[in-house]
Every structure is written in structure tokens, then in C-alpha cells.
Design a binder for this molecule. Structure first.
Ligand SMILES: [Zn+2]
Ligand SMILES: [Zn+2]
Length: 260
């Protein structure tokens, strides 16, 4: 793969020679500056502390104590179960929509490579494998502690997998690394699901996910990091957490590339 061409527009992304590029002559695949600048990074400190939405994009009257009104509704409905919270990297603006559509529906899996470094860093920060928290763990005497996490990608149905050839959530989850646990199975056809309106999806009771019984021991008592491409209403991730409940995880959080 030519690391010097932008994965989205194909432009030359050779940047001026710096100390860093001198030290790493192998340029990892990525995006050119104009393409990158159109992506709206979410700053963790400015995001909803439950769903990861960029609070800067929201009218103040929809925010209560760093929580957006959608999340207040989830909390009030008391439908969270063991699901804790979501982290998201980018706002799902028109540009991200275009990029993710290309990635998913035109089957251009290579685009995901451009997100590898960011996604991996974000994921490993959550599961405590970034150098900083490793240092913290050593100081707290937790070095060498038993693996506490299971990284679970949101599955797509067999039909969709056949059409697309890959599961975008699985590609993202693999970027974070081990311990990857394919603990969920998606039943039925999600096309019917996406045709339903927002409200219909929120109140619908049948869960498209079931627990893969062969992986129960890898989820039991663990913290689970669910991985998906987009957080929309949060219903998908809560359904997934619900399906995992049978394996009794300690807590379930999620990481998505975009929030929108
Ligand atoms: Zn570009
Ligand atoms: Zn929220």
C-alpha cells in the first residue's frame, strides 16, 4: 500500500521533511491534510460523559451536568442495565458520513487504515494499556494483573457479511488488539431494522443479538469494550450489552469511530 497517497481522495500527502518523518521513513497509510481537516475530532473533555457526543455542537439547554438530553432520557427510562457509557472519536458530520459510507457500502476497507493510530490509542486508553496508565498500574501495584477486559465487536448478519465482505466493527476492534472476543451473534436481517424509524427502533423489543455461549467464560466478570463504527441512538449498543448480560460482565462500555 502506498502510504504517500491519501486513502480518501488519492492526493499526494508527502509532508515537509521533519525530525519525525526523518526518524520514521515508513509513512503509515493515512489521509491528506485537507481531508483530515474536514473531520471533526471530539475533545474528550468537551463531550457528553455518557455517550461521548461533542457538547460544543449542542444548545446549552440540552445539556445537564455534562450530560446531553438524549442520555438523560436513557437514564430516566432506566434502560441502561449493565451498559455504562460510550466514547467517540469524531462527530458524524457530512464529511464523516461520506467517508464512512465509502468505507462500508462501497466496500473500501482500506480507508479504515487511516484511522488505525487514533482508534488504537483511544481503545487502549480505555482498557488501560497506554504507557501512561501502565505506569499508573505499576505504581498502584497492579502490574501483571489478570486480563480484565474483553473487546467485543458489534457483529453484522451473515447476509450482510456476504454482501460486504467484511465487518467494519471487527476491523476497528482488531486495531485495538487483544483480548478480542467475538461474543455476540447477530440474527436476522438488519436491513429491516434500518428501515424502521428512530422511534420504532427505540421501542422495538426484539434483540437482534444473542450471546455466543462458547465465549461465556471470556466475558464473565470482565469489563467489556464494545466496538462499532457509529453511535446513533445508542440502542444498538444497549441491545448488545443486554445480550451479554447472561454472561454476567462486570460492566460494558463502548467505543465508536463516530457519534451522530
Ligand atoms: Zn485526501
Ligand atoms: Zn449523551
Amino acid at each position: 500500500m502506498n502510504g504517500l497517497k491519501c486513502l480518501i481522495c488519492g492526493a499526494d500527502r508527502r509532508e515537509p521533511l521533519t525530525f519525525r518523518t526523518l526518524l520514521s521513513p515508513e509513512t503509515p497509510p493515512g489521509f491528506c491534510r485537507p481531508c483530515r481537516e474536514k473531520m471533526a475530532h471530539i475533545i474528550p473533555g468537551d463531550s457528553c460523559r455518557l455517550c461521548g457526543r461533542d457538547l460544543g455542537l449542542l444548545d446549552g439547554k440540552f445539556i445537564r451536568d455534562s450530560v446531553c438530553s438524549d442520555c438523560v432520557r436513557w437514564e430516566e427510562g432506566n434502560k441502561n442495565g449493565c451498559y455504562d457509557r460510550n466514547f467517540a472519536l469524531f462527530s458524524y458530520n457530512n464529511w464523516m458520513k461520506e467517508v464512512i459510507t465509502t468505507y462500508k457500502f462501497r466496500g473500501d476497507a482500506a480507508i479504515a487504515e487511516g484511522f488505525r493510530a487514533d482508534f488504537r490509542t483511544a481503545g487502549r486508553k480505555i482498557i488501560g494499556k497506554d504507557p501512561q496508565s501502565r505506569w499508573k498500574r505499576i505504581k498502584e501495584g497492579k502490574w501483571g494483573a489478570r486480563e480484565d477486559w474483553a473487546i467485543v465487536p458489534i457483529p453484522i448478519s451473515v447476509t450482510r457479511l456476504k454482501e460486504r465482505g467484511f465487518n467494519q466493527a471487527e476491523i476497528l476492534a482488531e486495531m485495538i488488539g487483544e483480548p478480542l472476543v467475538p461474543a455476540l451473534i447477530r440474527q436476522g436481517d438488519e436491513r429491516k431494522q434500518s428501515k424502521k424509524g428512530r422511534r420504532e427502533r427505540l421501542v422495538s423489543n426484539n434483540n437482534p443479538f444473542i450471546l455466543d455461549e462458547t465465549h461465556v467464560s471470556l466475558v464473565h466478570g470482565k469489563q467489556v469494550l464494545l466496538v462499532d463504527d457509529i453511535y446513533t441512538t445508542g440502542a444498538t449498543l444497549r441491545r448488545a450489552a443486554e445480550a451479554l448480560k447472561k454472561a454476567v460482565p462486570r460492566r460494558v462500555v463502548s467505543l465508536t469511530l463516530a457519534h451522530g
